[in-house]
Structure formats: C-alpha cells, structure tokens
Design a binder for this molecule. Sequence first.
Ligand SMILES: [Zn+2]
Length: 364
Amino acid sequence: MSQKTSRRDEPDRYDVPARRASYTLIHKLIAEGVLRPVIRPSSEKDDPIKGIRAIATYAFKPGTDIQATDPHHLLINDKLIKADLYKLPSHAYTGLVSNSPAFSELPGVSELFEVVRRTSCSPQDVAVLLTNVAHQSMQPDQVARLVTPSQQFTASWEPEHTLVHHTGKSDFFVTLQFTVQFRPLFQALHREPIAIDVGLRPLTTLLHQSDSHRQFYTTPLTLPDHRNLSPSARRLYDRLIYASGRQDCERVVAYLVKNASVVIAEKLRLDDMDRSYVEKSRARAIQDHHYAALSQYLNAARIPLNRLPAGYTSSECPECRHVARANRAGKQFRCCRCGHTDNAHIVACRNLLHRWQRTQRRVA
Ligand SMILES: [Zn+2]
C-alpha cells in the first residue's frame, strides 16, 4: 500500500441549497454586515469561485462563528440557517461533522438506512420504523451517518471560507469549502482510459480501452408511499433516497480511482421517461454527483476527466460510423446500414473512447 499523500493547491467547493424558510435570516445577516459582498470578475474564466453563477456572492465577516448543528442546519453566530448539508459528498460531509462539536442526529438512522437498502422488509414495516426514527428528537452525535466511509479521501472543512450565493431565481445557496487529501490504496499498475455513460438504469456503464466493460446499477430500496408520511418522516425519506443514490455513485468513483488513468464522459443523460417520486429524488443525487462531486474526486486523485461535448454518441455506429436516430431503440443499438448490434450504453462509451483517441492523436 502506498502511503504517499497528495495535497492539491485548489480547495474543493460544494454548493447546498438554503431553505426558503431561512431567506429572511440571510437577509438579516447581510443587513448586519455579517455577510459581505464579494466582487467577482465578470468573466467565468478569471473567476476563482467556480461553479455557481450568482447575482450576488457574500463571504462571512472574519471571526464569524459557523458550525453545523445537524444534517439540515448551520448555526451562524446566533442564527440557525436551514440548508441541505446532507447533500454533500461522503468525505466532505464527514469533514463537516467532525469540525462541528455540537452536531446532533436522529438515533437509529444508520440502522434504518440498512433496512431500506435490504429487500427483506415490507414497505409497511419500513413506514413504521421510518416514522419512529423521524419523530424522535435529535441527540448529540458527532459521527457522520448515511455516508460511505473512505480510506482514500479525507476532507477538512474550512468554515471561514463559507460563501452564500444569491442566484438569479432569488434562491440562496451555501458553498462550503474543504481541503481534500487523497491517499491511494492501490498502485497505479494496470490503469487505462475508461469511458463512462451515466444515467439512471443502469447508473453507469464503463468501457475500458482494452474493451472490457462493466455496468453499475442503483440499489433497490424498500420504501413506503411518500404521500402517507408526516412532514418530518418525508424529510428523512428524502434524505435516505439521496444518501442511497450518493452511495451508489461513490461505488463508481472507487472503481474509477482504482482502474482509470483518464476518464472520458459526456453530458449527463438521464433516461427521459416518466419517473416516480423515488426516481426523481435519486436523479437529483446522481445529477449533483455527476456535475459537482465526480470531477473533484478525480481531481483529488489526479485522474484527468475529459468531458466531451454531447452529440450522436448513442446513434453513431462504432463499426461503419453511420449516424441515424433509428440506430438506437431504447437499450438496443442496431445499425441501419451495417447491421452491427450492441448494448446502446456500450456503443455510447465506445464512441466516446473513439472521439477521445482522435483528439489525443491530434495533440500528438
Ligand atoms: Zn454500422
């Protein structure tokens, strides 16, 4: 095992939505001068704050006391701001909790998560358990729950660099900053370029340059109908679905960090079918992961991520290069010209690899 650690110059930043109920308090913090406007360059290229484009960005006055009190709240001096802290990637959430001494959590939430991710319970039993856990009061518990512990990625939260963004839609987002360390568990012996196709079903299709492939699926969940739940049970329900989607995505990250020398991906394509409430919530976790977490994980592991522009990756024939929408029918690819057939997700990966190799040749 290599003990070499790599520390990056750029910190990782993750945005979580603040809740509407706290907007008045945020305006108060701005009025009191606890939140101060940050001047950002108009060009995205020169902006050190990547990600969110906002109509106004605020930083905290030096000396402001900022800590997380539970998965849904940041305590700023004496004001409790509601924000979806539980949507941070596992390592970042763990760093946040370990730097928040007054953190509390619902007792039994980890056990509930295990039950939901097993198929041996009935939805009715899960409803009872979920309601019981959700209706307890939070107890002091400075342990990050519902996350995948990582030996490779550790993040330290830097509360003094917290930012608040006011976006054009008049919503507020909180950006939390972390210093991330990566300690590889595996030697970089057999790494190779890997193309990925991300969606809902399957969650991810991976194709190695050597042509071996693999598909990851989301873990099926046992859940009751969300419409019959109390507001607090519903809030926990949303958190469980999000955590499960994140855990599934982080399995893919672990695989890539072990096996990829470079990752090639395109814009996220979520299957455009009517989706259930659970699938919509899960899609949010996958989306956050694909656009915010994946690139920062890979960057910490020093694995380049190449995002290629989307276009015809699943309708172009990898054999004869004929492009036609009719080449693809759902999960099946069948070329109208040469008859080549394959799984449509694998075809998309094959085309991504091909395009990436072409750009490499151009560079060389
Ligand atoms: Zn063909």
